[in-house]
Design a protein around this ligand. Sequence first.
Ligand code: CP
Length: 308
Amino acid sequence: MFNRKDLLGLRDLTKEEIMTILNTAKEMKLQIDNPELRNNSLSKTSIVTLFFENSTRTKMSFMLAGEYQGAIVKDLGVATSSVSKGESLIDTGINLDQMGTNIMIIRHQMTGAPHILAKNVNASVINAGDGSNEHPTQALLDLFTILEHKGKFEGLKVVILGDIAHSRVARSNAFGLTKLGAKVTLAGPSTLVSNSMASLGVTVSTDIKEAIKDADVVMGLRIQFERQKNMPFPNLREYSNLFGVNSEILKNAKKDVLVMHPGPVNRGVELSTDVIDGENSVINVQVKNGVAVRMAILKLLSENNRRA
Ligand code: CP
């Protein structure tokens, strides 16, 4: 069951709503490699992407997810739009709404920007990442990948490592994974993970080796230099020596541990290259699953949208 107008975060989604998206994505995944299975079920749906921050995976996979289902998909191209002349987010949204847009997909540097847009337009709004708040579709594709490989969430130990403080991916995953019964550890240097995050229902650690012990899933996160005011550690080499995951440290996890990363990866910083390309890595699988999950979200929202 998924009856919402918008997808703004995992904080508010129920376990049942999350499972509806994941189950729909399972059907959608078959269509990625097999165009014969695709249909034009979204041919009456128009989708506009508004990316105020850069993206490779999220933007492209949303655009392809729409086109694989026959939707009309357009990118606003924020830098060349009238946003550069000072037009507000709300006015931009109202104008796109008047053009008949059914679904707006927004990434913005400001926490809450998708929520503001959603209140002011008839179109369904999807949060493609807002500041350090949430990145719900990334977490949903991560959940899908974990379920695909482990067959369950209950009791799994999932360790998320790195720049937790600035990570919307960590927050959305913490909301989703804890709802589904996984045990989540957020780990990193004390400048990038704070004890207050335990309020999310997770364990907080600054000891990487201890955190990884017996992990079922290890998810590395990029250091988000673009969101740092001050350098949170002396230099990158020191960070990777103390907090990076290499094949030696990974031996502390379970033998069948899944290695994940939302991308883009800083090779040799949060994860060593042999771990990124190793047999436990599902980083490339996550990218394919991102298309399946986004196809499912577009389908479900399109069914709910009052215009579609
Ligand atoms: N994982 C992720 O959001 O990647 P992009 O920034 O390339 O979209």
